[in-house]
Design a protein around this ligand. Sequence first.
Ligand code: 6PG
Length: 241
Amino acid sequence: MQKFVEVVSDKQKLIERSLAIVVEKIQAAIQQRSRCTIALAGGNTPRPLYEALSQQSFPWEKIQVFWGDERYVSSDSPDSNQKMARQAWLERVNIPETNIHPMPTGADAPVVDADKYETGLRNFFQVGAGEFPTFDIVLLGMGDDGHTASLFPHTEALKVSDRLIAVGNKNGQPRLTFTVPLINNARCVIFLVAGENKRPALAQIFAPEADEMAYPARLIQPQGELWWLLDRAAGAELNNH
Ligand code: 6PG
């Protein structure tokens, strides 16, 4: 694993820097493998990045978009990560609908939809049982409790090692999430973290020792590149990069 930690002055610079890196990774993937597979983060932080990506000119038919986690709500809910990314980015570019792979939430049974997404990933990447697909890019945020994707502290999803997709749990609310081993099999994982409220969790994530069950983002140790892109409000006190 190659780890990169960058602290930039403010949120705007964070988005500019993350855009430059994501564009570079997308272009490299397309050049090397004729396609790019990217898994999106939800929440608020990445929205301006998605808006900026919508202004780029890519061979959109070569970009395959997935989600690293999803709230268990309908796709037209204001809480839907799918809805946010479509509005900020995907509706604004000429990407084939068949290249967009949202997490299903229509079965009224999270386990059923998790299995469905897992089957879809295995078919898309042509990987069998016990194997993990390799995403070119996985974008992640981090909550102020140290969660990432929908891998929340002290939840069962953190322990899932033989699946691609697990059912997450945020205070009793079900989520669908990439598992730790799926994220860690990626070529490039990029965290975007902004805001002073993330400082305490970041201190634990970057500490030499801390409880990984309490701070799940510590579990993200990909085989490829790990990027932490932080604004100063979040990352100012980090010295042991
Ligand atoms: C989600 C995200 C989640 C998010 C963090 C940070 O579904 O909410 O995937 O993991 O990245 O909670 O959220 P903010 O970017 O809004 O701080």
